[in-house]
Ligand binder design. Sequence first.
Ligand SMILES: Cc1cc2nc3c(=O)[nH]c(=O)nc-3n(C[C@H](O)[C@H](O)[C@H](O)COP(=O)(O)OP(=O)(O)OC[C@H]3O[C@@H](n4cnc5c(N)ncnc54)[C@H](O)[C@@H]3O)c2cc1C
Length: 500
Amino acid sequence: MSTTLEREATKDQVAEHFDVVIVGAGISGIGTAYHLQTQNPERTFVMLEAQDSFGGTWHTHRYPGIRSDSDLYTFGYRFKPWTSAPIATAAEIQKYLSDVIAENDLGRHIRYGHHIDSASWSSEDNLWTVSATRTDNGDTVSFSANFLWMCQGYYRHAEGYTPQWPGMERFQGPIVHPQTWPEDLDYRDKEVVVIGSGATAATLVPAIADDVAHVTILQRSPTYYFTGENRNLLADHLRELEVPEEWVHDIVRRENLFNLRTLTQLALEEPEFAKEALIDLVRAALPPGFDVETHFTPRYMPWRQRIAFLPDGDLFKSISSGQASIVTDEIETFTERGVELKSGAELDADIIVTATGFNLSVLGDISFTIDGAPLDFADTVTYRGMMFSGVPNLVWVFGYFRASWTLRVDLVSDFVNRLLIHMDELGAKRVTPQLRPEDHDDPWQEWVDVEYFNPNYLMRSMHLMPKRLDKPEWRHTQDYWAERDELPLVDLDDGCLVFE
Ligand SMILES: Cc1cc2nc3c(=O)[nH]c(=O)nc-3n(C[C@H](O)[C@H](O)[C@H](O)COP(=O)(O)OP(=O)(O)OC[C@H]3O[C@@H](n4cnc5c(N)ncnc54)[C@H](O)[C@@H]3O)c2cc1C
């Protein structure tokens, strides 16, 4: 296996060579590095990360209350036990990741402050050349790699999505997006309006409710929520029995996956029943007579978007106490003092928070070329939601929408490590997904079926995403349970992958 060798990229620059370049040191990149190191220990690799630390999402987001909405027994890796309450703060997740890095000596492979701008494939050399800007001194540095492993997540970290409303410039106070929450924002005793009611708003509002004068959630349409205690009784009991943490992790992970599967099936097969059950939970948590019909009865069916989990129903406690309230309406215009709504009502605010979501980023906003020709991923079909037709030696990690994202990090890693070993056995330098003759007449479809899953950030940018065919080989099935059983058995020589 090649060691770090230096090859000339341009007249002035020398590209540092690795067998694998991993893009991003978020939870996907760190998990990928662990599996690569464990399953293919002889391969050299580097992790390039634009930010100055690891964690991705959990490093970027600093708003009050920031936490997971998945349980960490499934959002954590299969190889590293989670030992605390299931729903975790960003700080707890960062500690977990920092332990994984330290325990596996992964830190020496990470280069922080490297923002990748371009990646070019050369079929002559069977190599990717990656160009990055160093954020400390602005220098451009180059890396070459046999394989590019994209763990860049799915949204732009630099800024969140804020719609443009009329009159925004008139508003006298700060307009803040949670993704770029100012550390020194003083919200004590202020009137705050939070636009949006997704997971971010539902987390933020209870976290600030006791400190502000009042916080109002302004939503265009209602969202589903699920409530419960932030503890796992089975885990507590197993710990009482002094069962080793590795076992606790594995058993509780199985239990949570079993429950999630049951809930998902129920929501898909009996959506009306699931809808009523979720709304009943909300009704029970709010004062009698609360207008649940207007504010907590979504127009879409459950599970078409991620369901926000509210530990101990904290959002409903804030609403019940009167510190928080909810308004369902649309914005007509911002004013000097707040927002005017289509109904004619006005909401006064000192601070407006736009919890309005993400800007989707397809493959890290990197400019890709193949043999000098620009590559648009929207012109490709995905191979199993991890590679792309016509794109050699490149894999991306795109997790699950409904189940924990990270479950797929483990599965994709197993698959790709098997693929790398298979390439060695064949003596192949290049693997390229290619539609087979029997696939040519299949209609190309959008990345996901919008009847099935349709969060706003995806709907806004679906045209940028790769396409799928209606076959498991050529789509991201979003089905953890099927992939868990099928991916290890995939025949790598079934004609979808061309080895050269
Ligand atoms: C507030 C919040 C809560 C969430 N909670 C959950 C949850 O509970 N469960 C769940 O399953 N999912 C959750 N998600 C989705 C979450 O983003 C993913 O689950 C997971 O953290 C993604 O990890 P990742 O490593 O793939 O991507 P990210 O966390 O996005 O990390 C990607 C990394 O790649 C780097 N990068 C990107 N482009 C480049 C480039 N061009 N050059 C160099 N580096 C680059 C970024 O700087 C970043 O550090 C949540 C998302 C948010 C925003």
